[in-house]
Design a protein around this ligand. Structure first.
Ligand SMILES: Cc1ncc(COP(=O)(O)O)c(C=O)c1O
Length: 363
């Protein structure tokens, strides 16, 4: 039977992610402290009221046009509702973008290291991913790379490195994509927790090949809600909205999203906290003899090479103390790096203590 399914699905592989809190909770019998998923450390604005209100309508299908959600997303980024493509998490939009841009055998340029779903979804859609090295956080694209490419995936700020392209840098990449007729997925899942002024969302309605993507998961600390949206020109948005699975966003998520996108002040406070804690945590990691990569967002890639320990071993030692970090082997970084989220001060102190004890342990 498997020889008769779509070829690209027959070779589907697992794409590892962080946030395995429930798994570890079952093992330890206590809720671990999660530094492996990069969620807003301030948490989410209260959602009970909106959700309970919407629950009254749970007997009806959601509006598949998602008019209210689109209006809120459009207002949030300064676009029009016809420029918005809502998604069941931005993960659904990565798939939808790959489905839209790639035919079998089409090449997609993907920087290395970056979020694993770009390669995964590209392969599932029958595309041919081509890795592009990051040099000082910038994709080192050669003229020859553009010739065969159909799509380019850029994560800004980049997961897992925390590098941030300025608006000027991102715009010059987007303009090159327009000239080369290469679709650009600009994943701004983390930009609200970093530097929203460097977003290209405002340019997306006027460009042909640019698809800017946002995730409410990270900005508003709602990974269980599953909500994201894309911003692009009206023609492409229409195609993607028609191709999207109908009703892919539940009505509770749609209502919560429309509310959350009005909470800009929450994001401002979050950025203040992240700036402060990023500086504290980076210094504390250096004090332990580790080498944190300079980050512009709410997570830090940490080179643990000098500890003499592998990332899997360090991850396991921290897990046994109830602290989850991200082993970066799945990003293709060998055993030399972990990634930690920036949380509140008390939690960051617990991380540093746990690291101190894990690094001292000699067995
Ligand atoms: C860079 C990046 N983009 C997109 C996603 C997907 O997020 P979601 O589907 O929850 O919106 C993630 C999740 O970790 C991510 O790190």
């Amino acid at each position: 039977m498997l020889d008769r399914i779509r070829k690209s699905f027959a070779s589907a592989k697992a794409c590892p992610h962080g946030g395995k809190v429930r798994e570890l909770e079952q093992r330890l019998g206590v809720m671990p402290l999660d530094f492996s998923a990069n969620i807003n450390p301030l948490g989410s604005p209260p959602l009970e009221g909106v959700i309970l209100e919407e629950l009254k309508c749970i007997g009806h299908y959601p509006d598949n046009n998602y008019a209210e959600l689109k209006a809120a997303a459009a207002g949030f980024v300064g676009a029009a509702p016809e420029n918005i493509v809502p998604g069941n998490g931005s993960s659904e939009l990565i798939r939808l973008f790959a489905e839209t841009a790639l035919d079998d055998g089409d090449q997609a340029l993907i920087p290395h290291p970056t979020f694993g779903e770009y390669e995964n979804q590209c392969l599932l859609m029958g595309g041919r991913p081509k890795k592009v090295p990051l040099v000082q956080g910038r994709p080192a694209l050669r003229d020859s790379d553009w010739k065969e490419a159909k799509a380019l995936f850029i994560c800004n700020p980049n997961n897992p490195t925390g590098d941030l392209l300025s608006k000027g840098e991102a715009l010059s990449l987007a303009r090159r994509c327009e000239r080369e007729e290469v679709f650009l997925l600009l994943d701004e899942a983390f930009i609200e927790l970093s530097s929203p002024e460097d977003s290209l969302a405002e340019y997306a309605p006027e460009m042909e090949y640019l698809f800017v993507m946002r995730s409410l998961t990270k900005s508003f600390a709602v990974p269980g809600l599953r909500l994201g949206f894309g911003v692009t020109n009206a023609a492409l948005a229409q195609v993607m909205n028609l191709a999207r699975t109908p009703w892919s966003i539940g009505s509770l998520a749609a209502a919560a999203g429309a509310y959350l996108l009005g909470q800009k002040e929450h994001l401002e406070r979050s950025r203040g906290l992240i700036r402060e804690e990023l500086a504290w945590l980076s210094q504390s990691l250096r004090d332990l003899g580790l080498e944190p990569h300079q980050s512009h967002v709410n997570f830090i890639l940490v080179d643990i090479g000098r500890s003499g320990m592998g990332s899997d071993q360090l991850e396991a030692r921290l897990a046994s103390q109830g602290v989850l970090v991200r082993d970066c082997q799945s990003f293709g970084l060998g055993k030399g790096c972990i990634r930690v989220a920036v949380r509140g001060r008390e939690e960051n102190q617990i991380l540093i203590k746990a690291l101190e004890s894990a690094l001292q342990c000699k067995d």
